[in-house]
Design a protein around this ligand. Structure first.
Ligand code: TYD
Length: 204
């Protein structure tokens, strides 16, 4: 069995990440691997500050958001049940969002190079083994968000999601990380099969 992997999921809001992460966790467990799932923003104090800002309850500048997301990611790596410890224990970690979101979202709204460097040059932020980008047209993403019937977050507008999608694709071209861009329209089963095929390539 290959060593534990950090696999992160990215995509614009409404792309179906939570469903696909749960599906991949099931598939990996069925192969006999030990798996954990975590999310950014985290459940820690920093994550709470971020959620208050994402809901619009507390106003924050893009640079404040970028710094908070980076801090939250360091905590995600280093805390007692975080990424580092999980991988050391031989358990795969699946993360719902990672630094690509900061580069695409905050990088579009404040200084891109600063956001990139703060994340990819941080010794406490590990580079993932694989990033799965669930790619969906922003219109379709908003239709899915609408069907959830929840309050919209500050970034959930077609214009903003279109900008973020384009930025994600540019980030992947320039960063040199291992990224699988997966077509996320279609049934959950069809998308899950595409995700699993990409993950199998990194399991030896
Ligand atoms: P949440 O509703 O939890 O995510 P999702 O829509 O993926 O279920 O909110 C996460 C929001 O935070 C989402 O709009 C993306 C944004 N975000 C950033 O702007 N930068 C980041 O670094 C991260 C991790 C998330």
């Amino acid at each position: 069995m290959s060593k534990a992997k950090l696999i992160v999921f990215e995509g614009i809001d409404g792309c179906g990440k939570s469903t696909q992460i749960a599906r991949l966790a099931e598939s990996l467990a069925a192969m006999g691997r030990s798996v954990r799932v975590s999310t950014e923003p985290t459940e820690t104090a920093t994550g709470k500050m971020l959620r208050e800002a994402l809901s619009g309850k507390v106003k924050r500048t893009p640079c404040e958001m970028a710094a908070l997301f980076t801090l939250d990611r360091i905590v995600h790596n280093k805390c007692s049940d975080g990424i580092e410890k999980t991988l050391e224990n031989g358990t795969d970690m699946l993360s719902d969002r990672y630094y690509y979101s900061s580069l695409a979202y905050q990088g579009s709204l404040c200084d891109y190079d600063w956001v990139r460097d703060m994340n990819v040059n941080c010794p406490d932020i590990r580079r993932p083994d694989l990033c799965i980008f669930l790619d969906i047209p922003p219109k379709e993403a908003l239709e899915r968000i609408g069907k959830r019937g929840e309050a919209k977050e500050i970034y959930e507008k077609e214009e903003t999601l279109t900008l973020f999608r384009a930025t994600f694709l540019r980030v992947f071209e320039t960063l040199g990380d291992r990224v699988a861009i997966v077509d996320a329209s279609g049934t959950p089963d069809a998308v899950a099969a595409r995700v699993l095929a990409a993950v199998r390539e990194i399991l030896d």
